[in-house]
Design a protein around this ligand. Structure first.
Ligand code: ACO
Length: 368
């Protein structure tokens, strides 16, 4: 190993580890999980993609069944978990709620899946309870009782039922499955990397997932989904988008949902989410939000083109419009992101902790 000191404040372009979980090809706008391009995964059954991301191969029928049943059996919150959740302030952001609740989730499994490690079981129990925590928080926020899991319903049907207290349509369930597959995994993004740093200290998986969720919350990362939709709502109509973009650029304010550290061409996830958002947002408020987003994207690209730069929409830009049409208020968007990315976090914990080294960079000391 070289002893030469390399300085990088943001680690951009620096390789800090190996992974076989996903490949982000930023130059060509490609993303693959375990070698499978994202475009081929969006229509696959959700649990097949989860198993692939976690363990490297598609599951056989009995493994897929075992995973689906395990997730259903472990997804109900205990009385104690519900009581603790109820004690949290109603206006606490759902991402802060998850940071409080994940470490105290009861990790005793209702059953086991053959061949999986204890860490894999613990990670899956956390993943199984995130939708129930998020939906129960929503009900408490509305001064209502939490709605119980119906284990006969699919995972995402259950989530939307418990969250909205209303049966979702087939289209909504399919859109949620697709959006969640698109957000499941993405190399050494900031939150996954934070989880790997945490895992490198030999902290348990619930600590690593909490560290990741805490990092996902920020607006430059997962929190951009909420910020992008609220930006479109504040702009109000497409005709005002160009002036908004010019004003932001003049004041050096970042336009949320635009730009990406890795992708210098269109984010392949945004390419899939944009037509989905267009299809769902076909009337009223949602239509105005969608057309405003399109106008912001166009104005932003044009303004950057004039400076000889290419800035394109990232995964966050149109996703909010999809979630909005699923009945999810904007302050819950990032928690739905966590519900999907948690499988990536588990996969990295399992991959990294098999061959870990303490991640401990050196500081450049500049004064006293
Ligand atoms: N709005 C305005 N200007 C931007 C934006 C943006 N969204 N994105 C990049 N730029 C500008 C920068 O100001 C910089 O200009 P400069 O060269 O004049 O200083 C130039 O483009 C290069 O951008 P960097 O900030 O160096 O790009 P970096 O790779 O560090 O940042 C980031 C990537 C943080 C995502 C940035 O594009 C951004 O802040 N976007 C908005 C927040 C966002 O959408 N985050 C979600 C990312 S996806 C995800 O995490 C799941």
């Amino acid at each position: 190993m070289s002893t030469e000191t390399i300085f990088s404040a943001d680690l951009a372009g620096i390789e800090v580890g190996e992974t076989a979980i996903s490949h982000v090809n930023g130059a060509d706008g490609e993303l693959a999980y375990r070698g499978a391009p994202i475009e081929t995964l969006v229509d696959k059954p959700f649990w097949q993609v989860v198993w692939l991301v976690l363990f490297g191969d598609y599951p056989n029928a009995s493994q897929e069944d075992a995973l689906r049943i395990f997730m259903a059996n472990n997804s109900s919150l205990s009385e104690q978990e519900l009581a603790i959740l109820k004690l949290l302030p109603n206006d606490l952001h759902p991402m802060l709620m998850l940071q409080a609740m994940v470490p105290i989730i009861n990790l005793d499994a209702a059953d086991r899946i053959d061949g999986l490690s204890n860490d894999a079981h613990s990670g899956l129990i956390i993943a199984s309870k995130l939708p129930s925590l998020i939906a129960a928080k929503r009900q408490f926020e509305l001064d209502r009782d939490a709605i119980a899991v119906d284990i006969n319903e699919s995972f995402h049907t259950n989530f939307l039922l418990m969250f909205n207290d209303q049966a979702p349509t087939e289209k909504q369930i399919q859109m949620l499955d697709t959006a969640q597959i698109l957000q499941m995994e993405h190399g050494f993004n900031a939150s996954t990397f934070a989880g790997r740093v945490c895992a490198s200290t030999l902290a348990p998986i619930q600590s690593a997932i909490t560290a990741s969720i805490a990092t996902l919350y920020g607006e430059l990362h997962g929190g951009a989904d909420q910020a992008a939709l609220e930006m479109a709502q504040a702009i109000g109509k497409p005709e005002l988008a160009a002036a908004y973009v010019d004003d932001c650029l003049a004041k050096k304010i970042k336009i949320m949902g635009m730009g990406h550290r890795e992708y210098k061409v269109l984010d392949p996830r945004a390419k899939i989410l944009k037509p989905m958002a267009q299809e769902l947002c076909d009337s009223g408020d949602a239509k105005a939000i969608f057309s405003t987003l399109v106008a912001v994207e166009d104005a932003c690209r044009e303004a950057f083109n004039k400076k000889g730069k290419e800035i394109r929409a990232n995964v966050e830009f149109y996703k909010g419009a999809v979630f909005y049409q699923l009945g999810v208020p904007s302050h819950y968007f990032t928690s739905l992101f966590a519900m999907a990315r948690v499988y990536g976090y588990i996969a990295h914990y399992l991959e990294f902790s098999g061959n870990s080294r303490l991640i401990r960079p050196k500081a450049r000391y500049v004064g006293k």
